[in-house]
Ligand binder design. Structure first.
Ligand code: UD1
Ligand code: CA
Length: 475
């Protein structure tokens, strides 16, 4: 189906989430490392790619700074408007009025707390909206356990007449199992007018978006509905119990998706894969792996148990054992771990080796280079085929500023070296084991930076004699 008109998506994400009982804004609570809001944006991102949506506007309010920060770092195309104070869902949508000035098209309205929505469901909703030529279309769910949701009221003719929130509903209304998913498509000018007519005569004293729908019906506007049985896809998260249930549902879904795309997941129950992750064919995920953020893994990799990858770019045929890799890149054929930690824009080349208990921070690590054990490299550039001995430490911080260490291609850094930055070690240079290197080392040179060893022959016997001839008080 083609995009009928320009569409703008509004995501309501300003509420406090009182039922969560949390200092953190509700939409930033996570499933598989991704905030609830990120799930909604990843779905909208797909519609955006298909050309269906021109703009995405997130309505922020409670914890606005944290939500804005998250948007800024992860969804640069998302705009935001502030709703201050937060006076209900109708008030939230109204907060976008200025950003939508002069807009005559369709708005998609979603909640930041409904994470498992499927793109297909939104496409179906848009199809209904278009074919019914409706002013507003909403998604309803046939839910035998409708607790907490707004109930759909229909007249004898079966037509929608309004929506009543659970707390405002009488007992016969509460028995209704058709609920409001909180997902709408509307012609903006018509909806905006209805928003202007909202009052706060309800149990919460809020401006309810749902009341605007009743206004439209009364005014004789065409309001259409799409009813679905997909309870999981439309579940709103209000409590931690619901969060955990949605998380289990998501894990099952995302693992099924990747299992069908040539990825082996040895234990789906303990595997956490976020909605933005990509995984190549014939990659194996061992039990208890977490893949978060914009992580992308190539083909033929093995990701070992207890590995966490956040915003990591992993090439093909990479082996990672029990390691933590954040905002970093690993080239083809490289092995990492066990117990390696890579963070802050580390770029490791191809066929390299990062061994056990190695920490890398802001490092370019060349093709075929090795740091096999117990090493910290920070703010460094390591040339290809260089060998970093066991226990090497870059001293990159002088208490005020960070300094760089540059190690040339093919250099050999001896065991237990202390490299005091700023420092440059030339191509194919050697440094002796146990050295403290404070000055640059030219290419192909050997640097020794340690105290010369002294031998004292017969020292043990001389000491013994001294101790036995002295008086006890002098010992
Ligand atoms: C809402 C619907 C209900 C529906 C349910 C589906 C209303 C009045 N009720 O209820 O019919 O069954 O969703 O999940 O719309 N928000 C703001 N600003 C506010 C208040 C809320 O941005 O002032 C945001 C929240 O952050 C949340 C979304 O709107 O993402 C929904 O708010 P919430 O309080 O969770 O509404 P429900 O009670 O679940
Ligand atoms: Ca909700």
């Amino acid at each position: 189906m083609n995009n009928p008109t320009g569409m703008v998506a509004l995501v309501m994400a300003a509420g406090k989430g009182t039922r969560m009982g949390s200092a953190r804004p509700k939409v930033l609570h996570e499933i598989s490392g991704e905030p609830l809001l990120g799930f909604v944006l990843s779905t909208l991102g797909k519609l955006r790619k298909l050309g269906w949506i021109d703009r995405v506007i997130v309505i922020v309010g409670h914890g606005a700074e944290q939500v804005r920060n998250y948007l800024h770092h992860n969804w640069p195309w998302a705009e935001y408007v502030e709703q201050m104070p937060q006076l209900g869902t109708g008030h939230a949508v109204h907060a976008a009025a200025k950003a939508l000035e002069g807009f005559g098209g369709t708005v998609f309205i979603l909640s930041g707390d409904v994470p498992l929505l499927r793109v297909e469901l939104l496409q179906e909703l848009a199809e209904v909206h278009r074919t019914a030529d409706a002013q507003l279309t909403l998604l309803t769910v046939n839910n035998p356990t409708p607790d907490g949701y707004g109930r759909i009221l229909r007249g004898l003719d079966g037509k929608l007449s309004g929506i009543v929130e659970q707390r405002d509903a009488n007992s016969s209304q509460r028995a209704i199992s058709e609920i409001n998913a909180g997902i709408y498509l509307a012609q903006w000018p018509v909806l905006q007018e209805a928003l202007g007519m909202l009052g706060t005569a309800n149990d919460q004293g809020e401006y309810y978006l749902t009341d605007a729908i009743a206004h439209l019906v009364r005014a004789g506007q065409r309001v259409a509905t799409l009813e679905t049985n997909d309870i999981a896809a439309t579940a709103g998260i209000n409590t931690r119990t619901e969060l955990v249930a949605a998380s289990a549902e998501w894990r099952q879904r995302v693992c099924a998706y990747w299992l069908n795309r040539q990825v082996t997941i040895e234990d789906p129950a303990s595997t956490f894969i976020g909605p933005r992750v990509e995984i190549g064919p014939d990659t194996i995920l061992e039990p208890a792996v977490q893949l978060h953020g914009c992580t992308c893994i190539g083909a033929g990799c093995r990701i070992g148990s207890y590995t966490r990858l956040v915003d990591a770019l992993i090439g093909n045929e990479v082996l990672i054992r029990a390691s933590d890799i954040v905002e970093s890149q690993i080239g083809d054929g490289t092995t990492v771990g066990p117990f390696a930690r890579l963070r802050d824009h580390v770029v490791v080349g191809e066929k390299a080796r990062i061994g056990n208990f190695v920490e890398l921070k802001k490092v370019q690590f060349g093709d075929g280079a090795k740091a096999a054990h117990l090493t910290y490299l920070g703010d460094a550039q390591i040339g290809e085929l260089a060998n970093i001995g066991c226990g090497v430490v870059t001293c990159n911080y002088d208490g005020e500023r960070k300094h760089r260490t540059i190690i040339g291609p093919g250099a050999f850094i001896g065991t237990n070296n202390t490299l005091v930055a700023p420092l440059e070690i030339g191509q194919e240079a050697y440094t002796a084991a146990g050295s403290t290197i404070t000055e640059n080392v030219p290419a192909k040179a050997l640097a020794l930076g340690r105290a010369r060893q002294i031998i004292k022959e017969g020292w043990v016997m001389r000491r013994k004699n001294r101790l036995t001839t002295s008086r006890p008080s002098e010992v």
